[in-house]
Write a protein that binds this ligand. Sequence first.
Ligand SMILES: C[S@@+](CC[C@H](N)C(=O)[O-])C[C@H]1O[C@@H](n2cnc3c(N)ncnc32)[C@H](O)[C@@H]1O
Length: 207
Amino acid sequence: MQSRKNFDSESILWDADNTRVRLALSVAQAMLDAGIPHEADALDFGCGTGLLTLALQPHVKSISGVDSSTGMLEQLKEKISVNHIENVTAAFVDFENGSPVEGNYDLVVSSMTAHHIPDTLALLREWHRVLRPGGKLCFADLDKEDGSFHGDNTGVFHQGFDRENLRMLCEQAGFDEIRDTTATTVVKEVEGVKRAFPIFLICAKKP
Ligand SMILES: C[S@@+](CC[C@H](N)C(=O)[O-])C[C@H]1O[C@@H](n2cnc3c(N)ncnc32)[C@H](O)[C@@H]1O
């Protein structure tokens, strides 16, 4: 199996890429437009430096950012500390390697992380496990693409996703009320040509 990507080495300069920042903010807005539970305890899975976590923070009761990169988590912890943010926490999680998510939540969100995790059904089951009954899942990622989004595809286990297939996997994991929309479109230059990469948002409910 191919190796995972080392996000620690990218963590310091992660937020310097405006495309990433804009993408996270657009995804947050799409999640808010789709509707998030009132007064939610939320989990941001694969939170990175907390771009999505902190965009949603004013709209939830609490939000825990979890990630398998300690470098990424350090960036988020620094932001929490400098800005004296009281309803955000950051914690290490790597459910594939024996450190699962702790706690239970009303809302699970995730952006651009699912394509880095080999077993999508196992990931959806993990999100289902930590949601309280009636809780909501909202996750965003790339629609199926030809591998040119990343350039270096180390640690990219899925070159985007087919929405219909994901909807079926969500159902298999136990979710209902599954809806998909396009959260935003990232325009990137690939080999001198501008290319559009749509980003889906799937929201679903744990019955
Ligand atoms: C492309 S980044 C997205 C980060 C953030 N959501 C954003 O939009 O800026 C993917 C993140 O998923 C994390 N990740 C990858 N595999 C993971 C796993 N098995 N468990 C938890 N986090 C993981 C990486 O460390 C990285 O921070």
